[in-house]
Design a protein around this ligand. Structure first.
Ligand code: ASP
Ligand code: MG
Length: 454
């Protein structure tokens, strides 16, 4: 059971999380927690200030963090327990201050020290949750992520070493579960084999949960967040957007890439590969079933699962008559994007032209200058990618015609249907997003298969 930042953001949230864990005790849960909401951002700011030599600013942010955690702890724990726990917390925050003073003194921040500073968020939230759960009578035991999630030393985006981790999980988690304990571990952080703290990338607590779930062969992974799972589209655009009860990993991945928020399912890969279902749930509304992400989507009568839109896209058109019959042209173009480390999202080509979309604006003038040596180049911003996703597209005829006739009066700049055959993706003017999404949602999501949507 993984609880994200907003699900442990204060005493009230931690109490809600505790009740949710209590409702699952018979299933022998392991709990993975994020830092309290916004804490990692504040630690990043702290580290930055210290690295820039601004010791006072760094210590000032650290002091606010300290106070916020003390407030939550005093609300959660009775006076007696709080006094005892207070000194534990104090030791952690003193160590953080010490570290920040050191960084400020040398005025240099290494990735290794950054990880050490960032690790405090999850270290402290996991200690706080363990204390709070215990105070309610749960058999909670703190597990130090640095002893389980062993990684390489690529600081700030370390790679987990799965065989070592799985051995550590078997040694540490299994005996606790057998003794009826509830292990509580911080997400996002790990350590190298020699114990140096590492982090596995921002938003990494979902990944931690998947690593643990896969490692101990859990029957289920629950990702507790603050919304009722994934929706058919952005409810701000379409208030009648429905909850998706079940979605395949591949569908969820396409959606996350093209703008749906909730969570990035790539982080769930270790679990999906072992065929462990993942449930996205709302800690503010735990009765709701949320969304299940599974390896293979069950049969569904509706054509699509969801529509996502991604704004702030730029189209780059490359036209070269020389390309006629030539080879190596696409390679030359992509080499230029590669050189500028710019990711390309959607591509369509004809014999003499290539259109691509990118979502970074800064690199474009330099890229266009390089491309200009090969061909005629034009680029245009303020575009949006709209992506319709559904496994049922595979082998169904007539769907694309229906999609584009629904928006016949809209200027569609590029169209692409992925090789996976689970999406129809096209590019439009940014200003057209609301009416396009609303019309498609109306056309394709009015009568939905109740087995899959709610
Ligand atoms: N606290 C970390 C972050 O904000 C990890 C997470 O919450 O998933 O990136
Ligand atoms: Mg997150």
């Amino acid at each position: 059971m993984k609880f994200g930042g907003t699900s442990v953001e204060d005493a009230a949230a931690i109490t809600r999380a505790a009740k949710i864990v209590e409702s699952r005790l018979a299933e022998k849960p392991i709990v993975v927690v994020s830092a309290m909401a916004k804490v990692t951002d504040q630690l990043v700011a702290c580290a930055g200030a210290a690295g820039a030599g601004d010791r006072d600013q760094a210590l000032c942010i650290a002091r606010k963090l300290r106070e916020r955690h003390y407030t939550a702890a005093s609300e959660l724990l009775g006076t007696g327990v709080f006094t005892q726990f207070h000194s534990e917390l104090e030791a952690e925050f003193d160590a953080l201050d010490e570290l920040l003073r050191g960084v400020a003194a040398v005025g240099e921040l290494t990735p290794r020290t950054t990880d050490n500073i960032l690790s405090f968020g999850e270290r402290i939230s996991s200690q706080l949750c363990t204390a709070a759960f215990s105070a309610r009578g749960m058999n909670a035991t703190l597990v130090d992520a640095r002893q389980c999630i062993i990684t390489d030393d690529r600081h700030t985006r370390a790679t987990p070493l799965f065989p070592v981790i799985n051995d550590a999980l078997a040694d540490i988690m299994q005996p606790l579960l057998e003794r009826g304990r509830v292990p509580v571990m911080g997400g996002f952080i790990g350590a190298t084999k020699d114990g140096t703290p590492t982090t596995i990338g921002r938003g990494g607590s979902d990944f931690s949960a998947a690593i643990v779930g896969a490692g101990i062969a859990a029957t289920r992974i629950e990702i507790w967040t603050d919304v009722d799972g994934m929706k058919t589209t952005d409810p701000n655009l379409c208030p009648d957007a429905k909850r998706i009860k079940v979605i395949s990993f591949e569908e969820a991945a396409e959606l996350a890439y093209f703008g749906a928020k909730v969570l990035h399912p790539a982080t769930l890969l270790p679990a999906i590969q072992k065929n462990i279902p993942v449930q996205v749930l709302n800690s503010r509304n735990p009765q709701n079933e949320g969304t299940r992400i599974v390896a293979r989507a069950p049969a569904c009568k509706s054509a699509f699962k969801a529509i996502a839109a991604k704004k702030r896209i730029t189209i780059v058109d490359v036209v070269a008559t020389r390309m006629l019959g030539a080879h190596g042209f696409l390679k030359a173009i992509f080499d230029i994007f590669d050189k500028h480390r710019c990711a390309v999202d959607v591509v369509s080509t004809s014999e003499v032209s290539v259109s691509l979309t990118v979502d970074s604006n800064e690199a474009i003038p330099a890229i266009a200058a390089d491309l200009g040596k090969l061909a005629d180049v034009k680029y245009e911003g303020r575009k949006a990618i709209v992506c319709l996703v559904g496994e049922n597209l595979r082998g169904t005829s007539g769907i694309a015609a229906k999609v584009f006739s629904t928006i016949a009066d809209v200027n569609v700049r590029m169209i692409s249907q992925g090789a996976s055959e689970i999406n129809i993706t096209f590019v439009i003017e940014e200003d057209d997003v609301p009416r396009v999404v609303q019309r498609l949602h109306q056309a394709f999501f009015s009568e939905l298969d109740p087995a899959v949507f709610d």
